[in-house]
Write a protein that binds this ligand. Structure first.
Ligand SMILES: [Zn+2]
Length: 222
């Protein structure tokens, strides 16, 4: 299969040496498909090309400039893109396609990396935020998102740590008496939950009329 040097450009572009994106592939059909797919997804690794596509979507064309041997095509690409960031190319030409160069981040592990200290073929890395400093930490989640989380977690067995914590908590509470309350109507005493259910406003010794009378001050049943 012959190697192809191709040019992704805007229809109005005429100068291949300064405009658009130049690439080399020994499997042009596949490479073209991958370019198009990731551009449509908005996930192209080259942000210059992605931005150009977002802006000029219908004016973007891919031309086959020449076919030949791999070394000839790479030499031509190196001549057209002698250094990084020409046209929509980020990296200098002459690398083997599809190049993995430029897909890695360069980090110093401490701060955001400036463009100056970042070597050729790498993206300047940024400090990754995590935990409570992360941008979306503590943000309210949408109902759909919450439902998704719930569906994922429902039925999941408890972890060893969770089991230990639950057992420890149960041990602490064992033998401790819950606070009790007394019903003002019948005088019965008991735990808050069941007392709320069957006494106070629901006490059998009190009728709805008694409650109404106490509230409104009415004296006679209608
Ligand atoms: Zn009662």
């Amino acid at each position: 299969m012959p190697t192809v040097l191709y040019w992704i450009r805007r229809q109005s572009h005429t100068d291949i040496a300064t405009e658009g994106y130049v690439g080399v592939s020994n499997w042009f059909r596949g490479r073209k498909f991958i370019h198009k797919r990731s551009l449509k997804h908005g996930s192209h690794k080259n942000p210059l090309l992605q931005n150009a596509f977002n802006k000029y979507k219908n004016e973007i064309v891919i031309d086959v400039v020449t076919k030949g041997s791999l070394s000839d095509c790479l030499q031509l690409e190196a001549n057209l893109r002698p250094h990084r960031e020409i046209g929509w190319n980020l990296l200098p030409g002459g690398g083997l396609p599809p190049s993995r160069r430029g897909s890695a981040w360069f980090t110093n592990g401490v701060t955001n990396v400036s463009r100056l200290e970042c070597p050729d073929g790498f993206w300047p890395g940024k400090v990754q935020k995590s935990g409570p400093t992360h941008g979306s930490a503590g943000r309210p989640k949408s109902a759909k998102h919450r439902e998704k989380i719930s569906r994922t977690l429902t039925g999941r067995p408890l972890s060893h740590g969770q089991l230990i914590a639950i057992r420890a908590s149960a041990k602490l509470r064992r033998g401790v008496k819950k606070p009790t309350v007394k019903c003002p109507h019948c005088g019965k005493q008991g735990a808050v939950g069941p007392m709320r259910q069957w006494h106070f406003n629901n006490c059998k010794s009190v009728t709805q009329w008694d409650l109404f009378a106490a509230k409104s001050g009415a004296k006679h049943k209608p």
